[in-house]
Design a protein around this ligand. Structure first.
Ligand SMILES: N[C@@H](CCC(=O)N[C@@H](CS)C(=O)NCC(=O)O)C(=O)O
Length: 228
């Protein structure tokens, strides 16, 4: 948590989310990172119907996470991260996104890659079998290696500070042990740079606070995707 906690007594912040939701972990990590106090309202995604709160606060997508600030909802994890950065990052002078426009554009580009490439490949990998699963595994490893290229020899994606893109990607690491079991490979061998980055991120208090138990994550995904 930031030494100067940003959430004042006049801020009413609620995060509606499910403990195993990687998109929502981003929001909770960002709030912890900037020292914003918040109320957590759990939306159980194992239940099919969405709560009245979710239907009211996110009628378009009916999904979580949802950030509720002073009674107004902000939806979509990337959008929420930018909102958190603009509202509270400003107050504590710790920005999640770089002040440099080019770095900001790159961070958003790779965040989009994580959401639209890595996430869908992960889904394909977990739900497929045989040749399709092997192809998805190769694609997933290729995408993770591509992210290793972005990381290069830096500690975090944009240098020495843990920031926006680290927050976007680190929740996926709670499935890394699941990937290894499901695909029978060792990520330390396949993507050593990414694993070193994962270890560095997991030293952050905000990350420690939010990332769930990895075995429980994989067990839940096994049920969701019908993995034997
Ligand atoms: N693009 C959205 C994705 C959020 C999302 O897809 N949430 C899913 C869980 S992974 C959800 O709430 N689904 C509602 C449901 O399953 O009924 C974000 O970044 O917040």
């Amino acid at each position: 948590m930031h030494p100067m906690a940003a959430g004042g007594e006049h801020d009413e912040v609620t995060c509606v989310d499910f403990w195993a939701n990687g998109f929502g972990m981003r929001v909770r990590i960002a709030l912890h990172e900037l020292g914003v106090g918040f109320r957590f309202v759990e939306e159980d995604l194992r239940v099919r119907e969405r709560s009245e709160l979710v239907l009211r606060m996110n009628p378009i997508h009916r999904s979580v996470p949802i950030l509720i600030h002073l009674g107004r909802s902000i939806c979509g994890s990337i959008n929420i991260l930018e909102y958190i950065d603009e509202v509270w990052g400003q107050r504590v002078s710790t920005r999640l996104l770089s002040r440099d426009p080019l770095e900001r554009a790159h961070a958003r580009f790779w965040a989009d890659f994580v959401d639209h490439k890595v996430f869908s490949t992960q889904t394909m990998f977990l739900k497929s079998k045989g040749e399709e699963k092997e192809a998805a595994k190769a694609e997933l490893l290729g995408q993770l290696k591509c992210l290793e290229g972005v990381l290069g020899d830096k500690n975090f994606f944009f240098g020495d500070e843990f920031g926006f893109l680290d927050i976007v990607l680190i929740p996926f690491s709670s499935m890394f042990r699941g990937y290894e079991q499901h695909g029978e490979f060792d990520l330390e061998v396949e993507c050593p740079t990414l694993i070193q980055w994962e270890k560095r991120c997991k030293e952050m208090e905000s990350v420690k606070h939010v990332l769930p138990n990895e075995e429980m994550m994989y067990e839940l995904h096994k049920k969701w995707y019908g993995i034997e």
